[in-house]
Write a protein that binds this ligand. Structure first.
Ligand code: DOR
Ligand code: ZN
Length: 337
């Protein structure tokens, strides 16, 4: 049993910088044709020089892999149109973080008053730049995403031409919001299709499954699976693969993030097969993103075969999801074209 995916895309990826970038970038660049690269570096990517320099470091780190980093800028409320015009060809989206909500988001937005955000959002809408949002309030951790839905809706209504991508959705409330506004879309991670809060904290604490937004209830996971497995045209795969060194995860004050880049396609294939939905996987991992973002990826063919793959315990000091476990599918061949 083998399956070939064409130009898989990861529309939400943390590649980090420095040594970590060099250690992990190839894990995505080998099996994906491209990714939407998050800008939450220290300091965040907020100007053209920093963006171009970061892109150059990514290209250097991936070596001869055929992989396109689709770049994002870190949202600030007061970018002006002239500035964004100079960046239009260099960025695929702008990523908005509420201040302090997750890793390196301190420079994010501290209120969602439409008028305060208008300078940047109006320019983005006029220039056709999509807005990606980490949608969580600072309320009770299990309710943060559902509480953010009215903010998504306020923005979707105020800027009807702006494409808004609800990043890494984890709740049935976010799934329902997709149907209410034409300009709302979403990414879904691998881990949120598989785990619930029980897997993180129901038994012994599993720090390698701790992430933001936190995994939710079984009924939320069902709602995510429902739209992912039928490749609903408004959802696309975004791994939110977020590597942290092992010592930062297995620590008092565990960093948030699940590292899934090296196992994502193998696990997605097994998941879609188990649900008799293999024919929908191509759209979920590439076709939908191409349409939503209007992008044409680098041609790449990734063939997976039903042969066991034992996941390494670590990739250069980063522990992946399913470390040490054996998966049903492995990557058999990757070819260009
Ligand atoms: O778990 C997460 N880790 N969620 C995010 O939103 C950020 C990410 C990271 O950068 O580590
Ligand atoms: Zn993320």
């Amino acid at each position: 049993m083998a399956l070939t995916l064409h130009s898989p895309l990861d529309m939400h990826l943390h590649l980090r910088d420095g040594e970590m970038l060099h250690n992990i970038a190839k894990e995505s660049a080998h099996t994906f044709a491209g990714a939407l690269v998050m800008p939450n570096l220290v300091p965040p990517v907020t100007d053209k020089a920093a963006l171009l320099a970061y892109k150059a470091r990514i290209l250097e780190a991936i070596g001869d892999e055929h992989f396109r980093p689709n770049m994002t800028l870190f949202f600030k409320p007061d970018y002006d149109r002239a500035f964004l015009e100079t960046l239009r060809e260099e960025i695929t989206a702008i990523k908005l973080y509420p201040a302090g909500i997750t890793t390196n988001s301190e420079g994010g937005v501290s209120g969602f008053d439409v008028e305060e955000l208008r300078p940047t959002l109006q320019a983005m809408s006029d220039l056709g730049i999509p807005l990606c949002i980490h949608g969580e309030t600072n309320g009770f951790v299990m309710d943060r995403e559902a509480e953010f839905v009215p903010i998504y809706e306020k923005l979707a209504k105020a800027f009807p031409k702006l494409k808004i991508i609800m990043e890494h959705i984890t709740t049935k409330e976010s799934v329902a919001a997709l149907e209410r506004f034409e300009n709302l879309y979403a990414t879904i991670t691998l881990h949120h299709l598989i785990i619930t809060l029980d897997d993180v904290a129901g038994g012994m604490l599993q720090p390698h499954l701790f992430c933001k937004p936190i995994a939710k209830r079984p009924e939320d996971r069902e709602a995510l699976l429902d739209v992912a497995l039928r490749a609903h045209p408004k959802v696309m795969f975004g791994s939110d693969s977020a590597p942290h060194p092992k010592h930062a995860k297995e620590a008092c004050g565990c960093a948030a993030g699940v590292f899934t880049a090296p196992i994502a396609l193998q696990v997605l294939t097994a998941l879609f097969e188990r649900h008799n939905a293999l024919e929908k996987l191509q759209d979920f991992v590439s076709g939908n993103a191409q349409k939503i973002y209007g992008i044409t990826p680098i041609p790449k063919r990734v063939t997976l075969s039903k042969e066991p793959f034992t996941v390494p315990a670590e990739y250069n000091g980063v522990v992946p999801m399913y470390a040490g476990e054996t998966l049903e599918y492995s990557i058999k061949e990757v070819t260009d074209g």
